[in-house]
Design a protein around this ligand. Structure first.
Ligand code: ASP
Length: 921
């Protein structure tokens, strides 16, 4: 309200109110509809006031009268003469004309006499003057909308094609944008004058650019699009953005079904309440209007649809301009505010209209809703704050896809379901071209296809062919997807050549030669930047394919192989250690000393069977699982012997089992075990497929081993890169060559060729996917179908079929490489040694217990203290000889103990009691 105060105050001092206000229109030839809009707006205001549909009718105080002058198109001389005629008739404002030059002439006349000049066309020269107002969006605002749209689309590259020089001004926001220009994404071409658009379009097509910003006058737009269609520039992979705000008026019938992505902005707000009433009004007027004019008059055809199609921005803006003027006028009603007076003015004289400037200022401050949305001006008098509707071409014609506003920028409301439906429908009449490469088991010729006379798709079979078939018949496509299979011309998967151009299947997708690439095509980052991939249908990694090394002839000492050298050494040590231990233990234990002649009641000496030789014989007998007639009697020796038996049991069983494996299994001895081994040596050459993802993997790798391998591969002459996997395999079979190949293909080949084997694990992890040109509408459907096949287990069944069942002539014996048949190390049998050690400790403890037990049973008077007896026994133990003199017990009690303990009528121990002392001293 504050903003309005100043001009209203100015106008408050103005003289007498008048009933009729004349407004002048300067219309160029062929603008009958603009004229109709001009007149209809005035008539509607005079009869219905300014009330919006549904609002109460509020009549305006002043009646508007129109005064129209016609001029030739862009005739500025005529325009400047005719504006003077209008001014002499006392018009309160001049509307039009549309062409920039003529309008410029009118503007200067109006400026001189301070008469409001209301324009409705794009004009980059438009500057703020006190007396003029342009309802057309300001070039800077429109430029920003274009830029926002391009940025939203995020095209990798695009071409700007224009016809008139003005276009460069219109698109300057894009051309000024540092990021777009820096990345060299924009190609700018002007159509050569003379409407031969085909040549320029063809040239752009050859560069592979699929995204086009089209700036041509609306009258040429249809022809340009038609020419684009003729030179194959209107496929579903092409995107067009039309800068004209009238794109909705062209006949779209020819472009709706091709699936080309065509977008444009529209200023007219078809959702405004007023538009339907205006439509009805204009359709009624059509009859009156066309009966007055000749048959050549451009008019609306029957039906609402045609009204909307023919409603151009300039027509709507003219209507809005009149309403804006009328709103300002209404605000200046005698009852509600100041009044205006108009008077005839002459171009010859300097006499100005005193209220002109204030009137225009007032118009700039008010805000109305019109056919072109909200009409408001910024402080400079420019219309920058407007709403543009984003239009997309669909099967049914133009479709509203979102909007652009100065504050909110681009806001696209994507309806995926609708998009999918559109894509599905577009497939109904289309046969997709599928590019592929011959690679078993993915794509192969059927056996005897020539003899059977098979052609086209019928001659192929394989995993990918079955996959394609399952996808095509899935419920994601209406009436099955139709396709024709073509082999890629250069027999490559797709890599970038020296000048950055893609070859192989990727190249064919980008050149528009194919719609899909279905093969064992790896999804990689660089490829994903150029084309689109579906969900992966198989996962894999790079590995090494190598020739199996022949089994070495068995050696004389192969029987030693099951155990590693260190285990053999440990075993020998254990054998000697246990023998010695048992020898000492048996001498120490009192229960191992026995009467050598059981028939003799009172032996002089006791005997011990565990002499050093007997002990060695005993342990070796156990180790060899033979046993011997030396058997331990005491608990301690039995514990020690038991542990040794346990040890020998485990060791012998392990040895036997491993020996069996060594003798029966085909053992592979490969000079390389991993990719690191391969990188380290120089005798075996290695390479991979040319122009594939495996090559790119090594080429782009920063990992030192792989980078080094790439360096080596590159420097090899003759080349180590194979033209096809089959050639790589043949070279492997010739020997001294390792082929870096994808694991799934390795798996397939080693299943069929028993001379081949995989070395080491996977170097990376990736997947195969179906590739489509960028922005393909079919990608989502294909991904959905792949997911469904995966969930159903169909992909697994296909894999089993093509890897394990089809085309297998003989089964290769399973290679159990090293893992099961390697010599046993301490790591696998160390536990047994520990058990043996623990057992020995238990045996020592039992020997001591035995000794104490036995000693305790002797009458204390007849023996020395326990530790003295113990030391004496130990000393004896360490001396040689297997005989021990027997000391007689002095009491009958001890004799009885001896009889119960040993079952003998004498005591088989020495060293207890005083006698012993005498014996050994
Ligand atoms: N499948 C690979 C590709 O897509 C071929 C390869 O490099 O082994 O390039």
């Amino acid at each position: 309200m504050r903003r309005l105060a100043a001009p209203v105050l100015v106008l408050a001092f103005i003289g007498v109110a008048i009933a009729d206000i004349k407004i002048g229109g300067l219309l160029e030839a062929g603008e009958d509809i603009v004229e109709m809009a001009f007149n209809s707006a005035v008539e509607r205001i005079n009869t219905h006031g300014l009330a919006e549909p549904g609002e109460r009718y509020t009549p305006t105080s002043d009646r508007l009268l129109t005064r129209v002058e016609h001029i030739e198109r862009s005739d500025s001389f005529q325009a400047s003469r005719k504006v003077c005629t209008l001014l002499e008739e006392g018009v309160a404002a001049v509307f039009g004309p549309q062409s920039t030059d003529a309008s410029f002439a009118v503007r200067s006349a109006c400026e001189t006499l301070d008469v409001p000049h209301i324009e409705t066309h794009w004009d980059y020269r438009s500057r703020t003057t006190n007396h003029s107002l342009n309802l057309y969006p300001h070039p800077s605002a429109l430029g920003k909308a274009y830029l926002d749209f391009i940025k939203y689309k995020d095209w990798k590259n695009f071409a700007i094609l224009y016809e008139e020089n003005d276009a460069l001004v219109r698109l300057q926001e894009i051309l000024k944008d540092a990021t777009l220009m820096k990345e060299n994404r924009v190609t700018v071409r002007q159509f050569e004058p003379g409407t031969e658009y085909r040549k320029t379009l063809k040239d752009i097509g050859k560069t592979g650019i699929k995204n086009i910003v089209l700036d041509v006058p609306i009258k040429s737009l249809y022809t340009v699009l038609k020419h684009a269609q003729q030179v194959d520039m209107m496929s579903e992979y092409h995107n067009y953005f039309i800068t004209s705000l009238d794109a909705h008026t062209i006949d779209t019938e020819d472009f709706q079904y091709g699936g080309t992505n065509i977008s444009a902005f529209r200023l007219i707000d078809f959702s405004s309440k007023e538009i339907d009433e205006v439509a009805r009004d204009w359709i009624q007027r059509r009859h009156r209007f066309s009966s007055k004019k000749s048959s050549s008059v451009q008019s609306f055809n029957t039906g609402d649809q045609d009204f909307y199609k023919n409603l151009t921005t300039k027509v709507a803006l003219m209507y809005d301009a009149v309403r804006l003027f009328a709103t300002a006028l209404k605000d200046l009603h005698p009852d509600t505010g100041p009044k205006i007076t108009v008077q005839p003015l002459s171009c010859e004289r300097e006499h100005k209209w005193s209220q002109g400037n204030a009137f225009v200022k007032y118009m700039r401050m008010i805000n109305i809703k019109g056919l072109t949305g909200n009409i408001r001006f910024n402080k400079d008098g420019h219309r920058t704050d407007m709403r543009l509707t984003v239009l997309d071409m669909a099967h049914s014609g133009w479709r509203e896809a979102g909007e652009w506003t100065m504050l909110g920028g681009i806001n696209i409301t994507t309806n995926y379901t609708r998009e999918l439906e559109e894509a599905r429908l577009s497939l109904l009449n289309k046969t997709l071209v599928v590019t592929t490469i011959l690679q078993p088991p993915y794509v192969m010729y059927k056996e005897k296809w020539r003899e059977l006379g098979l052609t086209g798709n019928d001659k192929y079979e394989g995993y990918c062919i079955d996959l394609l078939d399952s996808i095509a018949s899935s419920e994601h496509f209406i009436n099955n997807m139709k396709y024709v299979i073509r082999e890629v011309a250069d027999h490559s998967y797709g890599g970038r050549d020296a000048d950055g151009r893609w070859n192989g299947m990727i190249g064919e997708l980008l050149n528009g030669k194919a719609d899909l690439a279905v093969a064992d095509l790896t999804i990689t980052y660089v490829r994903e930047e150029a084309v689109d991939f579906t969900m992966p249908f198989m996962t894999l990694g790079i590995s090494i394919l190598y020739k199996k090394t022949a089994k070495p002839p068995p050696g004389l000492f192969s029987f030693l192989d099951p155990l590693s050298l260190e285990v053999w050494i440990y075993m020998m040590t254990a054998f000697l250690g246990v023998s010695l231990f048992l020898f000492v233990l048996a001498r120490f234990s009192p229960y191992e000393w026995v009467n050598p002649h059981p028939c003799e009641g009172n032996p002089e000496e006791l005997d011990n069977q565990f002499t050093i030789w007997n002990t060695l014989w005993f342990t070796i007998g156990c180790l060899m699982q033979q046993g011997c007639d030396v058997t331990p009697r005491a608990l301690s020796t039995r514990v020690a012997a038991g542990m040794w038996w346990f040890f020998t049991l485990i060791m012998v069983s392990s040895y036997t089992a491993n020996l069996a494996a060594f003798l029966t299994v085909e053992r592979l001895v490969s000079p390389i075990e991993s990719v690191e081994d391969l990188a380290k040596q120089t005798t075996i050459q290695y390479g991979c497929l040319r122009s594939g993802s495996t090559q790119s993997f090594f080429k782009d790798s920063q990992f030192p081993t792989y980078a080094k391998m790439w360096h080596v591969m590159q420097s090899q002459r003759p080349t180590v890169f194979a033209e096809s996997n089959q050639k790589g395999i043949d070279r492997v079979l010739r020997g001294k060559y390792a082929y870096l190949m994808e694991s799934t293909s390795i798996e397939y080949n080693i299943e069929r060729n028993c001379d081949l084997t995989q070395i080491g694990s996977l170097l990376d992890n990736k997947g195969y996917g179906i590739a489509t040109p960028p922005g393909s509408p079919y990608r989502t459907m294909l991904s959905q179908a792949i997911l469904r096949l995966q969930e159903n287990g169909d992909l697994h069944v296909l894999k089993e079929r093509w890897w394990k069942k089809q085309r297998i002539t003989k089964k290769c014996p399973k290679d159990i490489i090293n893992k099961g048949t390697s010599a046993m190390t301490v790591a696998s049998v160390g536990g047994v040694f520990i058990v043996l050690l623990v057992g020995s400790c238990v045996a020592v403890i039992s020997a001591i217990i035995e000794f104490i037990w036995r000693a305790k049973k002797i009458v204390p008077e007849e023996r020395d203290p326990l530790c003295v007896e113990l030391c004496r026994e130990l000393k004896f133990t360490l001396t040689c000889g297997s005989k021990k003199p027997l000391a007689r017990p002095r009491s009958d009690e001890n004799l009885a103990i001896a009889a119960t303990d040993n079952g003998m009528p004498f005591m088989p121990i020495t060293g207890f009691g005083l006698h012993n002392k005498n014996t050994f001293s």
